[in-house]
Design a protein around this ligand. Structure first.
Ligand SMILES: Nc1ncnc2c1ncn2[C@@H]1O[C@H](COP(=O)(O)OP(=O)(O)OP(=O)(O)O)[C@@H](O)[C@H]1O
Ligand SMILES: [Mg+2]
Length: 230
């Protein structure tokens, strides 16, 4: 039995002792357009025969354009959906609340019927906006995570890199944090990914360069980042 689940990118797996811990919740945060959904799809499609079916919950993006965008990288979501490796759910944030709470015809049914073992929630931003105060947001997210833990799912939570989450302590509620950045390096911009924390894992420290290429996200662990500023 495996106890680590691949992120779908072998160089990223190497940064976290071979993969993220089975049953853990990892936050994938970064600025708009930095490649969060692409990375989440790499995770989702990684070896479903070994790591099991993945449920991808898209709160903001329309299914048709999402599938088309991922097809550009040769990531065929349609094919995976047809073969049952992937369950794709597009919801608005109000429906997400219902979906997570309902006993029947909600998430629980889908998990059981399809033997789902992994989930991507893309993203949590709209969900937290349903709650007014930081205290309410924290409680709602805590309740959500409690459920995910009971179901023993390996989870990727996508979030915009924003002060809002820091204020209610999202970084402390998750087991791991991957931060994606798109920062200035001289006159250029460079994309970097960093493991900020990964409970129970000896992880690589510091940022690693990645690029979004024709086949999706590619990491360059040996590349130096020069003259960078945020
Ligand atoms: N074929 C490609 N080659 C290089 N870069 C690409 C290609 N296709 C898309 N991109 C880049 O990928 C980015 C979008 O990636 P993705 O949707 O995964 O980001 P995101 O962080 O989820 O965005 P959002 O915050 O809008 O949800 C685009 O902004 C673009 O810069
Ligand atoms: Mg996205």
């Amino acid at each position: 039995m495996f106890d680590r689940v691949s992120t779908g990118i072998s160089e990223l797996d190497e940064m976290v002792e071979g993969g993220i811990k089975k049953g853990s919740i990892t936050l994938l945060e970064g600025a708009a357009g930095c490649g969060k959904s692409t990375l989440a799809v790499h995770f989702c499609l990684s070896d479903p025969k070994t790591f099991g079916t993945c449920l991808y919950i898209s709160v903001e993006e329309d299914k048709k354009s999402f599938f088309e965008n991922m097809q550009r990288y040769g990531l065929n979501l349609q094919e995976h959906e047809s073969s049952g490796d992937l369950i794709f759910h597009q919801l608005n944030s109000a429906k997400l609340k219902d979906f997570m709470n309902k006993g029947t015809l909600g998430i629980e049914d889908i998990l059981v019927q399809n033997k789902v073992s992994r989930i991507v929630l893309d993203s949590i931003s709209a969900f937290t906006l349903l709650y007014e105060t930081e205290a309410q947001q924290r409680i709602a997210v805590q309740n959500l995570f409690e459920k995910l833990r009971v179901w023993n799912l390996t989870v990727f939570i996508v979030a915009e890199d924003s002060q809002d989450y820091r204020s209610f302590g999202l970084l402390y509620l998750v087991d791991g944090v991957l931060r994606m950045s798109y920062k200035k390096a001289g006159r250029q911009r460079v994309r970097t990914i960093e493991v900020l924390k990964m409970r129970g894992t000896k992880h690589r420290a510091g940022e690693v360069v990645y690029r979004i290429e024709d086949n999706g996200i590619v990491l360059y662990p040996r590349e130096m980042i020069l003259d960078s500023q945020t």
